[in-house]
Design a binder for this molecule. Structure first.
Ligand code: ZN
Length: 295
């Protein structure tokens, strides 16, 4: 409670004494440093995407490299409105884990991008926060599969591995919850650039809201199920946006990836979306659309 009261007071002061431009920026912390993906390429891209939106000021917390001593890795999560993870690596130290859980529980925003949901199979609370994850030995003990069948979300407890994907290809992302502020006003079906279509994710899936789905086609070695692509969750007073999209720069250049990530991150930080403009080059069903935000 003390933290919330402090934050309200701070917001009042900001409104009174600073220009709207400076005061409106949300404080974002991007976490990276280990990943089985090329985080050295994708993190600068994500930072440019967030900063060029004008809505976020971005700091970066890069962990020690794989195999190095993690004991000193302790970002000050509480300073931020939202934490975005581009991290898939060694378990964080105990105090860092505790502080992260407390940050989200007490109202902080969290965003999981692509392989961030591969992280931490051994950390139960992280899996509650992200709802679904893949790989790292995840199986039926991790929670159900979440499938969309006949327009309904189905929690499927069939035993089996958690997490896989077929060959990389372009696919259509379809809106499932068109009333949610992250999805409102966007085309309800759009072609995503070539990416891994994550399937068979498993997790606690508590307080999980599916925003958008894609069909995982057995023809591209998929599951034959309609799988969640964009999700939100509530954890304590915190909000979580989970996008499984974004394997590499090609995937992140997708205008659909960018718009939904910016909106989702703003929603995780504030519970609202003011980034409601739909860019002219937002894709439809027929063709994907790319934008290199670094150019
Ligand atoms: Zn990937």
């Amino acid at each position: 409670m003390f933290r919330s009261a402090g934050l309200s007071a701070l917001l009042c002061l900001t409104a009174l004494f600073s220009t709207a431009d400076a005061g409106d920026k949300l404080k974002l912390l991007l976490v990276d440093g280990q990943n089985n993906h090329k985080w050295e390429q994708t993190s600068p891209f994500l930072i440019e995407l967030f900063e060029s939106s004008g809505r976020f000021s971005v700091d970066r917390a890069t962990s020690p490299a794989k195999g190095e001593d993690m004991s000193g890795f302790h970002p000050d999560f509480a300073k931020y409105d939202v934490v975005v993870s581009n991290y898939n690596g060694a378990l964080w130290p105990e105090q860092t884990r505790k502080d992260f859980v407390e940050f989200v529980k007490s109202g902080g925003g969290f965003v999981s991008v692509h392989a961030a949901n591969n992280s931490f199979p051994q950390w139960p609370e992280y899996n509650v926060i992200i709802g679904l994850g893949g790989w790292g030995g995840r199986n039926e003990n991790s929670g159900p599969y979440v499938r969309i069948r006949d327009g309904e979300v189905v929690l499927d407890k069939t035993p089996g591995r958690g997490g896989s994907h077929g060959s990389r290809h372009e696919f259509i992302v379809e809106t499932f919850d068109d009333e949610h502020p992250i999805m409102k006003g966007l085309p309800t079906a759009w072609k995503h650039t070539a990416d891994e279509l994550y399937d068979r994710l498993r997790g606690p899936a508590r307080n999980l809201n599916v925003l958008a789905t894609a069909y995982s086609d057995p023809g591209t070695r998929g599951s034959g199920e309609r799988e969640p692509m964009l999700m939100t969750l509530n954890y304590g007073d915190g909000r979580v946006f989970h996008t499984v999209l974004g394997h590499d720069l090609t995937a992140m250049q997708s205008v659909g990836f960018q718009v939904t990530l910016l909106r989702g991150t703003e929603w995780a930080a504030t519970g609202e979306v003011t980034l409601t403009d739909v860019p002219e080059n937002f894709p439809g069903k027929e063709e994907s659309s790319s934008r290199d935000v670094t150019k």
